[in-house]
Design a protein around this ligand. Structure first.
Ligand SMILES: [Zn+2]
Length: 425
């Protein structure tokens, strides 16, 4: 049966204007995008009046916790959380137990993805064995098994000589090195941004320069080796400007920003709320404003959530002991719509470019624009409904998010993946 999505507003990365059109889907393909497509007996019609149709999102920074911590999340539950948020492709991070640092583990994760997930699961491989920063992992074998990026995410590669060699291999194998930037000695036992709020709460701080120094080093090594470095979860304006300068100098550097580093800052921690504890930490309101401007100006290549589920038990610890990280897949799109798109701060074109097209390009996939002959992989978003992020609404196994029980404008109503409706509400 064909499906006709009638009278929606189509978003694309190329144009700030939305185009009103009907979209006809047959099998896994879009077979027509036009105004007033005629209906027929073998066509199911879905009224999309007032809705936005946009290419499905893609997240390059996700912790699925499988293998090892299936009490927090599994590849299956995390892919259902993604679908709930309009995301149809994920790149998993390797800091699982055991670490994803061999071809065998890369294959295992991809096989679990094929068996348990309704969307596309990709994985990174670790740069060093066990992410210990001592010995290189089998980079060539992991690439052959399907790893799309290399990273020790959760930790930096502290030894610059080891990272240099990793970059030389990564360049030969045409894989990006994704950097979690942090100087461990500077972060030490810090649990939040070092500044006025950490002083008044009496908590040990993580100075901004911990991230910035490592970021500058990794960019310099990328420049030296000619490798592609992808800077993960940039949280400071100074770090962002360093990337901007390096890009202008022709260094092969890309970077990502998370929704939480745009939306929240250290003042939100209030009375030690562990739902605002993440690594890198929430910085200042000034950083929020500059990162947002950087996203608008095109400094950031991609938006990525750094979806990091933890159990309620763990997050109920005191602030200093609770683990770093919050979930993001269920909440990213409605929260970004509510805070920015609905207020005209940026348009749908930016969101499609930075959270759908560019993330796919980063791992050498084709984007999925809504066009005649294209793959049917899109979302129907209703800007006039609201979403309340209750436990029942969220599909992630964990609920460690500042959005818990909060209401925002907008709702992901339908998710179409390879022509199939994975979600309809
Ligand atoms: Zn992460």
């Amino acid at each position: 049966m064909k499906r006709l999505y009638r009278n929606g507003q189509i978003a694309s990365e190329d144009s700030s204007a939305l185009t009103r059109a009907d979209v006809l889907v047959d099998g896994d393909r879009i077979i027509a995008v036009a105004s007033n497509i005629a209906s027929a007996d073998d066509i199911e019609v879905i009224d999309c009046t007032g809705r936005i149709l946009l290419p499905a999102l893609f997240d390059v920074h996700v912790h699925a916790r499988e293998p090892g911590r299936e009490d927090k999340e599994t590849i299956q539950t995390c892919s259902e959380a993604a679908i709930n948020g309009g995301i149809t492709g994920l790149v998993l991070q390797p800091n699982t137990t055991p670490t994803i640092d061999t071809a065998g583990l890369v294959r295992t994760v991809l096989e679990i993805g094929k068996a348990k997930s309704r969307i596309a699961i990709h994985t990174t491989g670790a740069i060093t064995k066990g992410r210990k920063g001592e010995e290189l992992a089998a980079i060539g074998a992991m690439k052959k098994a399907g790893a799309v990026m290399l990273t020790d995410n959760g930790d930096p590669v502290s030894n610059p000589q080891l990272l240099r060699i990793a970059m030389e291999y990564a360049k030969d194998f045409d894989l990006p090195i994704a950097s979690h930037c942090e100087v461990k000695e500077l972060s030490a036992s810090g649990c939040m941004h070092e500044g006025s709020v950490s002083y008044s709460l009496g908590l040990p701080g993580i100075p901004a320069c911990s991230e910035e120094i490592c970021l500058e080093r990794d960019i310099r090594l990328a420049q030296f080796t000619g490798a592609h470095v992808h800077i993960q979860h940039v949280s400071t304006a100074i770090g962002m400007r360093a990337i901007q300068r390096a890009k202008a100098d022709g260094v092969k550097v890309t970077c990502e920003v998370t929704p939480h580093h745009l939306l929240f800052n250290h003042e939100d921690i209030g009375s030690y709320d562990t739902h605002y504890k993440m690594s890198p930490p929430l910085r200042t309101a000034q950083d929020n404003a500059e990162l947002l401007q950087g996203l608008i100006d095109g400094v950031f290549d991609v938006i990525a959530t750094d979806h990091a589920p933890h159990t309620e038990f763990e997050k109920k610890n005191d602030f200093a002991s609770a683990p770093f990280g919050i979930t993001g897949l269920d909440t990213a799109l409605p929260s970004l719509f509510d805070a920015f798109i609905s207020k005209g701060i940026f348009g749908w074109d930016l969101l499609v470019k930075r959270y759908s097209a560019e993330p796919r390009r980063l791992i050498k996939l084709e984007p999925v624009p809504i066009r005649d002959g294209g793959i049917a992989e899109f979302i129907v978003f209703n800007p006039d409904r609201t979403t309340t992020f209750t436990r029942e609404f969220m599909k992630s196994k964990s609920i460690n998010t500042p959005f818990l029980n909060k209401e925002v404008r907008g709702m992901v109503e339908r998710v179409i993946y390879l022509g199939e409706e994975l979600l309809a509400r």
